[in-house]
Design a binder for this molecule. Structure first.
Ligand code: DC
Length: 216
């Protein structure tokens, strides 16, 4: 059976993960969050002082109660990778070609074995160039920072950084992600652009499902 793959790329905070998860649920597909792989390697490298000559840990993905967990050498990193520091570590490590190469096959393997909604930065351009449908999901930097800030406040209002610092981080990560030489964040030529500025979460999911159903 031929599996369907929906590649969703876009800048940080465009709502990729939450929207993709909901869209995958609506379609009955598996949702693969590839940012979690880079986050896990970023946090792992900090904890283990990874140097270029070190062997990379074995990365595995498991779905537990429908939720994606990422393991490095058998250790579950899922609870350690959603901090602003982990975001920066992921952005830094994702610029390294050997890291991207290392994670490539793992990501492709998923799309070979199941119908997936896979989100990231280079899914439509590098990981799944023959994806059934490619979507570039975006929103204005201010709106993306505002959403991310609210998310951090909900998680731990005392520890949450200010909106200004979230916006600054986001612009820096956008810059890092789109100017790196290896597999930068860029819209695939054949991607459909969905801009979620001004939308509620529900509206964005609805637009995405409509866009997908019209095309596959
Ligand atoms: O989507 P995210 O915020 O969890 O991603 C964390 C970082 O990982 C992001 O700054 C860029 C990088 N990344 C990437 O380079 N390629 C991907 N396919 C996914 C994430």
């Amino acid at each position: 059976m031929k599996h369907i793959s929906i590649a969703i790329d876009g800048p940080v905070g465009a709502g990729k993960s939450s929207i993709s998860r909901e869209v995958a649920k609506g379609l009955g597909f598996i949702y693969v969050d590839t940012g979690a792989l880079y986050r896990t390697l970023g946090v792992y490298s900090k904890l283990h002082s990874l140097s270029p000559s070190c062997e990379l840990p074995k990365i595995t993905i498991k779905f537990i109660d429908g939720l994606q967990h990422v393991f490095a050498n058998g250790v579950d990193y899922t609870d350690k990778i959603r901090t602003p520091e982990a975001s920066m570590l992921a952005s830094d490590i994702s610029a390294k070609p050997e890291i991207r190469e290392y994670l490539l096959e793992l990501q492709r393997e998923f799309a070979r074995t199941a119908s997936v909604v896979m989100d990231g930065r280079d899914i439509g351009t590098v990981v799944l160039p023959n994806a059934t449908l490619k979507i570039f999901l975006t929103a204005s930097p201010e709106e993306r920072a505002c959403r991310r800030h609210e998310e951090l406040l909900r998680k731990d209002s005392a520890a949450a950084p200010s909106y200004e610092s979230v916006l600054e981080d986001l612009k820096l990560r956008d810059h890092n992600d789109s100017t790196r030489t290896h597999a930068p964040l860029k819209q695939a030529d054949d991607a459909v652009v969905v801009d979620t500025t001004g939308n509620t979460f529900e509206q964005s999911v609805e637009v995405m499902l409509k866009t997908i159903k019209e095309r596959i």
